[in-house]
Design a protein around this ligand. Sequence first.
Ligand code: 8YV
Length: 317
Amino acid sequence: MTNPSAEKPQLLVLRPLMPAQMEQLEADFILHRYDEAEDPQALLASVAPAIRGVVTAGGLGFKRDMLSQLPALEIVSSSAVGTDSIDLVACAERGVHVTNTPDVLNDDVADLGIGLILSAFRRLGPGHDYVRSGEWSRSGMMPLATSLTGKRLGVVGLGRIGLELAQRAQALKMQIVYTGRNRKNVAYEFYDSVIELARNSDVLVLTCPGGADTRHLINAAVLDAMRPDAWLINLSRGSVVDEDALIDALQRKAIGGAGLDVFENEPHIDTRFYELDNVLLYPHHASGTVETRSAMSQLVVDNLKAHFQGKPLISPV
Ligand code: 8YV
């Protein structure tokens, strides 16, 4: 009798999916759990020739070094929209397909952006502390906050997430302005430089992709161009911001503040951020809801199944 599992494609799991989607993978594939292995390198050495697919996620991504150890690899499926941590050039050279998870996370990431902006302008954190510390009962009204209505939201990268954010900000009666590689077919005012956008924004929000093209796009010159009360909101990648320049601007109170979901060195972020009172720090969790992570996981599974059934990929990079 033939072993039915002998026919199943073998996958290397670098990062697990949500439990329900791991079950689906277990039904259709043979999984090798690099993520759980006591000695991942030993596991890799023993299973490498059989591996046809890799499951990964943002942050970790997939590097040339691992690719070179997987001679039979056909597909890398990542549970993230960002592909900056995947060596796309190396994968293309080898003809290895890459899939990501666009669209399914747009709403949650845009919601988090609005949350950070509202929290910054209406001072939700300080307000919470003001009540809980008893300061309200001792001193009366807390200092006045800042209205969002009519303020200008400058979007750097009006892609799928940027557009969702812009729509939500419009509902809050903000004015939307943007920059990016291309002018879009939208009614929002376009600036062809990020410096001009920074000069003309009360909130500068980053929703562009990470990677070499956008590395340190937000540098000292852009931060200098920002209004002294404007906030920087980063939903993109830490690499987009020159963090030394940002920390310097924050320490000098040269800008209003920064709401950051992403950092240059996650999760071991620059500890100077902890000392600042004009930051809102979030642990790279804009897509971190049960609903969205499930949808991202499902897209990973569906792409893998499509590939191994000879069907077109759903979200190829
Ligand atoms: C996740 C992300 O934090 O999709 C992305 O590119 O940055 C986030 O959704 C992460 O990659 C989850 O694995």
